[in-house]
Design a protein around this ligand. Sequence first.
Ligand code: FAD
Ligand code: NAP
Length: 476
Amino acid sequence: MNMQKRQNQAPLEFKIAIVGSGPAGFYALDALVKSGRRGIMIDMFEQLPTPYGLVRSGVAPDHQDIKSVTKIYERNASKAKFRFFGNVQVGQDLQKGDLFKHYHVIIYSVGTQTDRRMEIPGESLKGCYAAKDFVGWYNAHPHFRDASFNFSASKVAIIGMGNVAADVARMLVTETKRFAKTDIADYALSDLQRNKAKDVYLIARRGVLQSAITPTVIREFLKIEGVDMVINPEDLELDNASQRALDHADKEMIQGFEMLQFLSQRPIQGHPKRIHFLFKRSPTEVLGLDHKVCGLRLVHNQLVEESGGAIKAVPTEHYEELKVQSIYRAIGYLGIPIPHVSFDPKRGIIPNRQGRVIDLKTGAVCPGEYVTGWVKRGPSGVIGSNKADAAETISHILEDYPETSQLEPSEIDNKDIVAWLKENKIPYTTFGDWKFIDDTERAIGATKGKPRDKFSIVEQMLELINTHRNFSETNG
Ligand code: FAD
Ligand code: NAP
């Protein structure tokens, strides 16, 4: 078909599949709605029966306000020609090839479903956990609800000094009554009541200036009651490399540094619990006894400025051991591959040029495939960071289509994806089903004084929906 003919056909119907319903997927929807492009039809596929990705299953229970961002997502869901298909995992229930029989374009916004390992001896001992699992567990994510953690540990190490590490630290030292009025999973609230953590060590491999905890999150440490913040004043002395970095630092870096200085100057009150901020130390071995964690070996680092100005941690000959009984690694998330979709295993992302998926080996653009969010740029940035990211991807889709679409507009399978899902017996949830789950969770939550009481078992959610559908059919 020649270009002219393609362009003439373009406005008729433009079917787009978005895979993943986290912030990136919903900001992609937002950008498509705002584009005003006629003929757009958007279907979103999500592996869980419920939408919103890490807003539902990552954001900490004491950050309830942040979760209200979903109201904006919900508004867009009702504006566009939009359908939600929950409980459909692309790569398992439905393959890329199946999608390309029904859609002109696929947008991957699947986030980063696993995490980086420390790759040190002893990492697999009982008591050494991924922060990702702990976060999913207290947030009622169905994949992690059966995880268990050693809450009899009085000394706990958290590897990494980013905002996820900070979330884990807060969850481990905050009085559980503070979470009673949040959407924390009931089972997590009950288990955390047995939590004996007294000393929590937050461990950064680089210096105080390079801490990845943002100032707003550092500020939250000031509000935790009954917990001393312990920072060795020597750690706040800047070496030459960090001093130079401070001279060129942005506002956020300076604010973070000042807040940590402030925390270190507060007198120790002798509270029953402490968070210790340790800098310039890297884990080298998890120590074990009877297959369980009994300690952590750390090497002290010195900071070295690389040619490009980046500050790197280099190990010294100086080691120390911390007698901890459990360890949480919070050193970053990592994407996983989807069958038949280009993937960069080193970076854990779908390789792309400003959102256009490319073949890792040849660098050639993969027609009709696009990416946005954490799986596009790596696991960094807050919820709002995904908005501009999605806008960039959508602008390229609108620029490219129909020239680089995998399908001619006329080649789309006339059979709707609903028929395909039914034929293949995939029990999917719709946005209406999600709204019913949402209403039910809120109603149950209200009886307990909580914003919602989350379902964490997929089968339970599907059963609830079936009962509701049967009831609606019977009663008109
Ligand atoms: P995700 O939110 O991970 O969404 C990806 C979605 O894709 C998920 O719903 C997943 O189930 C689905 N999916 C994956 N694979 C498939 C598949 N094969 N088929 C179908 N669906 C699939 N930011 C803030 O601003 N404030 C906070 O308080 C905050 N807290 C955070 C706490 C934690 C623990 C973490 C890890 C991050 C936090 N963030 C916070 C950052 C924010 O959550 C991210 O910026 C954002 O969620 C990334 O969006 P995403 O859509 O790329 O990925
Ligand atoms: P992050 O901000 O990248 O922090 C990761 C931490 O792990 C850094 O301190 C890093 O040190 C360290 N690290 C990495 N590899 C290591 C290794 N091999 N050994 C020891 N330490 C290592 O990642 P994150 O905490 O997972 O957060 C991801 C994103 O989500 C961030 O953008 C964050 O702001 C956002 N988030 C926001 C909130 C919020 O707003 N409340 C909450 C949670 C998450 P180096 O700096 O030396 O690499």
